[in-house]
Design a protein around this ligand. Structure first.
Ligand code: FES
Length: 123
């Protein structure tokens, strides 16, 4: 199928980096460092999400926030971001960057888009 081809191509354009973390039990919101970048790892209702760690509103630290009804809530002014789409709640007009995340047998991996030179060289 064409959709499968597009999906495979998108996944092949990622560098997958392992997250060095012992997973806590249950749901959590936690800062992680992966590939030299601070990100926010969220487990909410048995699903994992990785998103940017700074709030686009005024730079609050999203990993200090919490989840509510499928949204990540910033602890500073309580703006909310949909964990599946990254879109801000109605009226905010903003979004957060989402990263592909995979749970593998040896841990959690986060996908980062390859640089243009890596794509050019087929790495
Ligand atoms: S800094 Fe996050 S809502 Fe204002």
């Amino acid at each position: 199928m064409y959709i499968d081809h597009i999906y495979d191509q998108a996944m092949n354009n990622l560098n997958w980096l392992k997250v060095d973390i012992d997973l806590p039990e249950g749901d959590f919101v936690k800062q992680i460092l992966v590939g030299g970048k601070k990100l926010c790892l969220v487990k909410h209702q048995k699903e994992l999400f990785v998103v940017q760690n700074h709030c686009p509103h005024a730079g609050g630290v999203l990993s200090g926030g919490w989840c509510k009804d499928g949204y990540l809530v910033c602890p500073v002014h309580r703006w909310q971001y949909n964990l599946h789409t990254g879109r801000g709640a109605e009226g905010q007009g903003d979004y957060i960057e989402m990263y592909p995340v995979e749970m593998r047998s040896d841990g959690i991996y986060v996908g980062f888009e390859k640089s243009w030179i890596e794509k050019l060289l087929g790495r």
